[in-house]
Write a protein that binds this ligand. Structure first.
Ligand SMILES: Nc1ncnc2c1ncn2[C@@H]1O[C@H](COP(=O)(O)OP(=O)(O)OP(=O)(O)O)[C@@H](O)[C@H]1O
Length: 362
């Protein structure tokens, strides 16, 4: 799942809190001064903590998934990222600009140009055609009809709905309606697309297809995205990085591989337990240092081993090891052998054990 993302930070969410309820400001003060727990805030202030001290950064070109069970705070967090709601504490910067400092016009402009949103229910306008629905964001921005229709048509073609321009939403399946929602977001051409569980109402096959298309399209267009899901498989399939939330708190941020190999706590470990490692764990995470291999296999010529790259996954490594008469594979980076994957490291990879623990267990 290699991808091109840069270090430029597009969204910088700094220690953000959202507390709901009439006494939210007092509750927030109590949190700051006395460090009250979520439960205490509910008991003493009758307020609900939606998001608790969340910090994250989304880079240009990145697909960032926020994963958590129902009620963990995902929707609240994504709504804070384009100021559909304002934080009780903390700051959200989009391209370096503090959202709380923007006036209504600037905020509208920011949402149109920089940070567009696709919701779980796409809310298509029933009496408008597919084309008019896809062009809706541009219409709101005051773009002339001919131009907005041209742009919307191109976006609909990208999502495979080029033949459906003059149909009405009721004539479309759920998956197709989601595609119109996606086309609407693409047509508006924001740098960052926020997606709140857009595929959750779809059946599994269509859903997987849309996940792959969404990832491919986002990368092709050079967009960045924040994608909410309660499904870890979906997060892994789509995300370059994943934030895992529980009770309003982000408990871990990392690549799927990081999270599977080094879960931050038992909660995350339980979550990732059922995930297949075959395509997730890469050679660089399970290879042993060349010196260690040579110590254990004196006289072995690493020059004659099968070769692969640090990004090769376990599935590919097993194939390579099986094809050769040696049960080890050399990992090369820019022509240099940087490590060796052994039969033991393959087993550890399938199990999802990081290399440090392998060494300790050896
Ligand atoms: N407007 C609101 N007023 C009061 N409490 C709210 C409000 N919005 C969210 N909450 C509370 O904040 C917490 C987080 O909710 P949120 O909707 O962000 O979770 P979620 O992870 O998106 O859940 P789901 O997957 O079910 O949509 C919940 O306890 C919820 O009850």
């Amino acid at each position: 799942m290699a991808s091109i993302h840069t270090n430029e930070v597009l969204i910088d969410c700094q220690s953000v809190w959202k507390i709901f309820g009439d006494k939210a400001p007092a509750a927030m003060e109590a949190v700051a001064k006395r460090g009250l727990s979520k439960k205490q805030i509910l008991q003493q202030y009758n307020c609900v903590v939606g998001v608790s001290d969340a910090s994250l950064q989304v880079h240009r070109g990145e697909i960032f998934c926020i994963m958590g069970l129902s009620g963990s705070g995902k929707s609240t967090l994504i709504r804070l990222l384009n100021r559909l709601i304002a934080p009780s504490f903390g700051k959200v910067l989009v391209k370096g600009r503090d959202l709380s400092a923007l006036d209504a016009t600037e905020l509208r402009q920011m949402r149109a140009q920089n940070i567009g949103m696709v919701f779980q229910s796409v809310a298509l306008l029933p009496h408008r055609t597919v084309l008019e629905n896809a062009a809706f964001g541009l219409e709101v921005q005051g773009i002339a009809k001919a131009e907005r229709n041209r742009t919307a048509q191109a976006a609909l073609e990208k999502v495979g709905l080029g033949d459906w321009l003059n149909r009405y939403p009721a004539e479309l399946s759920g998956g197709m309606q989601q595609r119109v929602g996606l086309a609407r977001a693409i047509a508006s051409d924001p740098e960052i697309i926020l997606m709140d569980e857009p595929f959750s109402a779809l059946d599994p096959l269509i859903r997987r297809q849309l996940q792959d298309e969404f990832r491919q399209l986002t990368k092709e267009l050079g967009k960045s995205a924040v994608f909410i899901t309660h499904d870890l498989d979906e997060a892994i399939r789509i995300g370059d990085r994943i934030a895992i939330m529980k009770d309003g708190v982000i408990i871990q941020v990392g690549t799927a591989e990081d999270i599977v190999l080094n879960p931050a706590d038992q909660y995350v470990a339980d979550f990732v337990a059922g995930i297949s490692r075959l395509h997730l764990i890469k050679a660089h995470s399970v290879m042993v240092p060349v010196a260690d291999y040579q110590r254990q296999h004196p006289g072995s010529d690493i020059g004659t081993l099968a070769r692969t790259s640090p990004e090769a996954d376990i599935d590919e490594l097993i194939g390579l090891a099986m094809q050769s008469d040696r049960d080890a594979v050399a990992v090369l980076d820019s022509g240099t052998v940087v490590g060796i994957v052994t039969a033991r490291s393959l087993l550890a990879g399938v199990k999802g054990t990081p290399i440090g623990e392998q060494a300790a267990a050896a």
